[in-house]
Design a protein. Structure first.
Lengths: 216, 216
DNA sequence: TAGATTGTTAATCGATTAACAATC
DNA sequence: TAGATTGTTAATCGATTAACAATC
């Protein structure tokens, strides 16, 4: 029954994992799959899988399971992959460059509409079809071209200011690759962080000698 | 009381956040802080903070709070930042390059000992003091130089093989930047994933029109 | 129809929050 | 000493798992 409850973050974070697995199954030309088999392959319980999907609707068929193509389409839709969200890249250093070249934004349903950098040598460059503009033009450009997502791949020391700026220009989300926690609590902008060092330190913890946990 | 229970992933993932905040407080020359004030600044409850730290020992003082420097040192130790873990970078494309140049591995307590790439033009390069070797030398090199962490910034199509190789050579952790889920379930290697597209899709969900959640 | 598998409700498990005695 | 704040135990909340009637 379609309850309209708030969906937990844990569920949302599993959706892209389902998407990846479903794409894999499609590549293997698997037509249908049960929650049982999907759970086995993904290391989740069948219960959890059925609970997760049931947050969004009834995508399966009793006695049959889920049609892989249909389910994939539903997950993609829920994640907003059909909305052609506009993305700008701010900061075209190695990382910004890497994202433009290697992330398949368009395959995921996004369009990179522009990139910005403050280095005069980079302005006018075209990277995988994306034009690099001067950072000076950022505000003007955003006002003329409503943008959904700003990718923040700038140096730490300017991250806070740039975030504030793009928030004021009406972007709805910031994909933050800097290692600082942006404070945009007084705005409606959603911030998604990729904190590399947090991830590395967690890895470090997990491979560490567990005896170091306790001083005793 | 020092129970030796398994510490939950949620707690571990908060440790690097504490570290960042504590470094910030140190920069502001704050000497002591209560769980109350720390919670206010980080958006956590004081209870959670005290619970988190009490997993590892007794780091505070009743009636006083926590000494910022001491607490920072404890968190750093728990995360393994005093262990000088050895890191190799495999794949020196834009992303590998970006990590070598911009992540301050040594500040976090890691040493990058080598980088590897299959492109002959890159071999012999020095990036921020790190030498790029031929991928052909990887196995030989790892056998001669025990290595804790392999950073996987290679193209997707070789990721699985490279992961298997480094696992066999005895690395303890893989920092996986490819968009595939490595299957190393039959090894002791811990895999930490940075799945860019999962993160972007979650962002997309959260800025999306919530009415799209339900078909009805 | 019989078997399989969903969607959903109920039970369990774990994580967060609250409360408070211990103590600096 | 009195006030503040911890570390820890108990209570609550939420997420996962199990069970099962509905149904394809």
């Amino acid at each position: 029954m379609l309850k309209r409850e708030r969906i937990s973050n844990n569920v949302i974070r599993r959706l892209p994992m389902y998407l990846r697995k479903l794409d894999e199954l499609i590549a293997q030309e698997v037509d249908r799959i049960s929650s049982n088999e999907l759970g086995r392959q993904m290391g989740l319980t069948p219960s959890q899988i059925r609970q997760d999907f049931s947050c969004f609707g009834e995508f399966g068929q009793q006695g049959y399971g889920y049609r892989v193509l249909d389910l994939r389409e539903q997950v993609a839709r829920i994640l907003g992959m059909n909305e052609h969200l506009n993305v700008v890249i701010i900061g075209v250093g190695n990382l910004g460059h890497a994202l433009i070249e290697n992330m398949h934004f368009s395959q995921l349903g996004f369009q990179i509409t522009a990139a910005f950098d403050s280095n005069p040598e980079k302005i006018g460059d075209h990277i995988s079809g994306v034009t690099v503009f001067s950072s000076d033009k950022l505000v003007e450009w955003l006002k003329a071209n409503p943008t959904d997502i700003a990718v923040l791949t700038v140096p730490q020391n300017v991250a806070g200011d740039v975030a504030k700026t793009v928030a004021e220009c009406g972007v709805r989300g910031i994909w933050n690759f800097t290692n600082i926690d942006l404070d945009l609590s007084n705005t409606n902008v959603f911030v998604e962080n990729i904190h590399f060092s947090d991830s590395l330190l967690a890895l470090s913890y997990y491979i560490g000698d567990k005896s170091r946990e306790r001083t005793e």
